[in-house]
Ligand binder design. Structure first.
Ligand code: COA
Length: 163
């Protein structure tokens, strides 16, 4: 059976921690889709259409990875698109408690053949989150090496516009 995996999140912005999970997952599965969620409860720096373009550019070197977006229930997106794996990254123990609840709830909602699979985040990125890079960058701190260069450039442009 062809393995069609989904890695989902807000990716506002995509960080090198996400890139690390995506690169590793792309080697494990036939196809990997990065599914950007439109999450109305989070104030976004980049509109979802722009995130989709930036992420597709950052991942263009990975032949079996594509980018899509969705809103609503994750399980509906997974079932209707025929994914058989949902990849999640675990940065540490605090992620685990939330992730296990989400995986168990999703297991009730997914079609039978869908599994949630966890990859341990590379330790060099275990402290990282999109909100943290946004906050540090907006206050003038250096985030070199934490986000792809093209994304850092766009963040610089947005910051200059706001100034
Ligand atoms: N490297 C760097 N950062 C990471 C990371 C990694 N490997 N893994 C997670 N993060 C960061 C993210 O950037 C995010 O940071 P932020 O909160 O500052 O934006 C944070 O950790 C949380 O990530 P995540 O748990 O992936 O949250 P999310 O908002 O990006 O996405 C969904 C969560 C999409 C999986 C979840 O909200 C969802 O499924 N929503 C759909 C509705 C639904 O079905 N609900 C029922 C679920 S049972």
């Amino acid at each position: 059976m062809k393995t069609r995996a989904l890695y989902t999140g807000s990716f506002d912005p995509l960080t090198n921690g996400h890139m690390n999970i995506i690169t590793r997952a792309s080697k494990l599965y036939d196809e990997l889709t990065v599914g950007i969620i439109a999450n109305p409860s989070k104030k976004a720096l980049f509109p979802i259409e722009e995130r989709e373009i930036m992420i597709a550019e950052a991942l263009s070197c990975l032949g079996n990875v594509k980018v899509d977006h969705f809103s609503g229930l994750l399980a509906d997106f997974v079932n209707s698109h025929g994914f058989n794996v949902v990849v999640r990254g675990l940065r540490g123990a605090t992620d685990f408690d939330y992730e296990i609840q989400m995986a168990q709830m999703n297991a009730r909602l997914f079609n039978d053949q869908v599994e949630t699979v966890f990859l341990m985040t590379d330790p060099q990125y275990s402290f990282l989150s999109s909100s943290m890079v946004k906050e540090v960058h907006s206050l003038g701190g250096c985030i070199d090496g934490l986000v792809p260069e093209a994304i850092l450039k766009r963040m610089d442009e947005v910051l200059q516009k706001q100034a």
